[in-house]
Ligand binder design. Structure first.
Ligand code: PXP
Length: 258
């Protein structure tokens, strides 16, 4: 078993600050301000998804995130020519390729690499040539993880949505099954020398077993944190998530050394 890494990075996804802003148009609340506050509260990176329909994050948000926020930016994007040009213009630290159209989805919701392997290979290489680390958001399936390695991705982000949904529904059997897939997927990804991240739907409870997976290097969390920020503020929400992640890591480390 891989030694438990000391620190698990927290990428804070600020998309839904923009969702609230866009509900009324205008400039408030500003996702860049949220990113700066998340940075102060201990986030290790900022994640933003520039969707083709611009339903939350805008092109201007990406430009302002790049010029105002010192933390690494993980730009979530669809694998389209338009998004490639934007990524090459703003040079985020990482680009996470996500499906946006139904036909690109596997049944679980991650990117189906096999369906567009040659296209995605070339797309990944174009980003890497500009020194952008490339992550693929996939279901924790060995077939997809293997394909990600084959096309030269640096990172796989394992989709935690099914696990979180099962937990939310109180379906213990399904939750355990999905958690096992994440545990095995993370180990397999690391074996193939991929950096392994995870995210989607995580909250203060569901994050715990995920944070204990030793191969995971980063979690990307958005909707829950922004929702929680309505009640406690963004700094408290991020600080509390960070604290839970740190405690789980320390606990897992102590277990390994005892
Ligand atoms: N990772 C990826 C690739 C995503 O697309 C999203 C959602 O935008 C997240 C993580 C964060 O998910 P959530 O907002 O449910 O925490």
């Amino acid at each position: 078993m891989k030694p438990v890494q000391n620190k698990l990075r927290l990428g804070v996804n600020i998309d839904h600050v923009a969702t609230i802003r866009n509900a009324r148009g205008g400039i408030h609340p500003d996702p860049v301000r949220a990113a700066l506050m998340a940075a102060d509260a201990g986030a290790d990176g900022i994640t933003a998804h520039l969707r083709e329909d611009r339903r939350h994050i805008s092109d201007d948000d990406i430009a302002r995130l790049r010029s105002n926020v010192a933390l690494p930016l993980n730009l979530e994007m669809a694998a389209t020519e338009e998004m490639l040009a934007i990524a090459l213009r703003h040079l985020p630290n990482a680009a996470c390729l996500v499906p946006e159209r139904r036909q690109e989805l596997t049944t679980e919701g991650g990117l189906n690499i096999h369906k567009k392997k040659k296209f995605l290979h070339d797309f990944v290489q174009a980003l890497k040539a500009a020194d952008i680390r490339v992550s693929l958001f996939i279901d924790p399936s060995s077939k997809q993880i293997e394909a990600a390695a084959e096309i030269g991705a640096d990172i796989v982000e394992l989709h935690t949505g099914r696990y979180c949904e099962a937990a939310l529904n109180g379906d213990k059997k399904e939750e355990a099954k999905e958690l096992k897939r994440l545990v095995e997927g993370a180990a397999f990804g690391a074996e193939l020398n991929l950096e392994v991240h995870a995210g989607h739907g995580l909250d203060f409870a569901t994050v715990k077993p995920v944070a204990a997976i030793p191969e995971l290097v980063e979690l990307n969390i958005g909707h829950f944190l922004i929702g929680e920020a309505i009640f406690t503020g963004i700094e408290a929400a991020v600080t509390d998530m960070r604290k839970i992640m740190n405690e789980v890591r320390l606990g897992a480390q102590a277990e390994q050394t005892s």
